[in-house]
Design a protein around this ligand. Sequence first.
Ligand code: GCB
Length: 595
Amino acid sequence: MLRPQNSATRDARRLDGLWSFTHDPLSIGHTEHWWSAPLPDAVLLPVPSSFNDVLAQNDLRNHVGDVWYQRTIVVPFGWTDQRMLLRFDAATHRATVWIDDTLVIEHEGGYLPFEADLTEILEPGTSARLTVCVNNELSWATIPPGVVEETPNGRRLKTFHDFFNYAGLHRSVWLHTTPRAFIDDIRVTTDIDGRDGFITCDVSTVGAGDVVLLLHDSDGQLVAQSEGNSSTLCVIYAQFWAPGQGNLYDLTVQLVEGSQVRDSYTLPVGIRTVEVRGSQFLINGKPFYFKGFGMHEDHLVRGKGHDDANMVHDFALLEWIGANSLRTSHYPYAEEVLDYADRLGIVVIDETAAVGLNLGVAGGLMGLPASSTFGDGPVGAESQSALVQQIGELIARDRNHPSVVMWSIANEPESDTDASVAYFEPAFAAARAADPTRPVGFVNVMLAPADRCKLTPLADVVMINRYFGWYVDHGDLDAAERNLEAELRQWASLHNKPILITEYGADTIAGLHSIDAAPWSEEFQAELLDRYHAVFDRIDEIVGEHVWNFADFATTASFVRVEGNKKGVFTRDRRPKLAAHRLRDRWSPGARSGI
Ligand code: GCB
């Protein structure tokens, strides 16, 4: 599914703005056919945005169930003889969509796009009522999992992940066209030989016409061309995409019939290679060291709603601090983020929304007996096929982004049981089948150390989250440094793979200072990071460090959270804590550490 774009043959209109909105605490919208008339008790709510924090209403913030969005769409006369499509960049976690009284599409999975073909439904030159029911419930069958509980105070959603369950229309909604004969999909893979680059293109089309490929460099010069649905373009003396160098070419794909261009689509392409060799992670054949963060799509007021200003500012802070990479913890981010990472040369680990598939973590933290997640546990075949489907959709969406260098199948799942292997084998297979060019991994949790983790053999890279000094050895940085080093050396000796530390950090209240670096103070966070870095610098197999987290973020309330998770090195409104300056000293080009 190609993203909407304006081209000589295509029209794309964002439907963003204020939509009619109502929430449905009694779950009566479906029985009352709310799609067939103006929504009852509607207010105006911005799209894109999470619905939770925009209005000052507690019941809406914590609402579990359906919410309804509605607006009028106008179809231009000029769209006669075009295919007309309605696309949602995301609806969290599931959506049902009507045009007037006709149900046109349903989709499950809160962070990936879907679209309905409305060609037979819309009439150019008329308008129509668009209604969307978005539901934010999770279950054992969904990715991520959750449980809806009935309480005397209403329905509550119990989640097994550490971020607020923001929901709604988080990303743009589009009404767009393609010609009747059209370019359906494009897949590019790239290779390098010396100073030359190769772009292999596989194009699928519908309807009559031949495929023509034109490649322009950033000055607009035509540097290569070819014909046919499958072909390879060669770029002599190519400008490669590389970390810190977002060199892109414009690949224009045309569907041509005689002398007529029937359809035209332009895709930015970066030429680069990714490879895991022994314990090294190579980009363009050179060892790469990840410096950066696990992040969240999380901002004041708009929650997980995408916003270009916030995105550009977050990337500006990444540049300021000297980061070269990020992980889309713990779900696929807006495509705008990947586009921008492509342009800036920021390296991305692209993660699914499979977070919370580990009942041992909840039990472990609460001192409860461990219960199994898979096998005898509650997570079974339905969840497994939801994950496989999500991996397919994720890779179909993101495979052409040069910034994406690795797929992360899951964050901190149960991984020390045979049942976890049975659950994840099809997920790894699906990722490898959909994309043989990128490494695949998952993020390991402390409960499954190197000698017990059974999923690591399926992965190309070891990605681990460790909280020595915080959740264990709390406040004791000498013990933390010792135990971290012992554990990392065990990983290095048992698995011949690159090791990337995908999370480490400490909750820190901005403005809290302490001479003796007490936990929660800015000094403690900075010192904890220093101690970790000293260990990383002593172990050759470590290929990167992603601090948890880039910024403070919202979570559900809990006695271990002070108005959210405070492990950010920036506050939620993006002010640097002491640790941010410390990281900048370490990461900036030319800094002392030389990593
Ligand atoms: C983790 C999780 C992350 C949490 C973090 C924490 O291991 O992957 O989602 O937010 O720990 O701060 O507890």
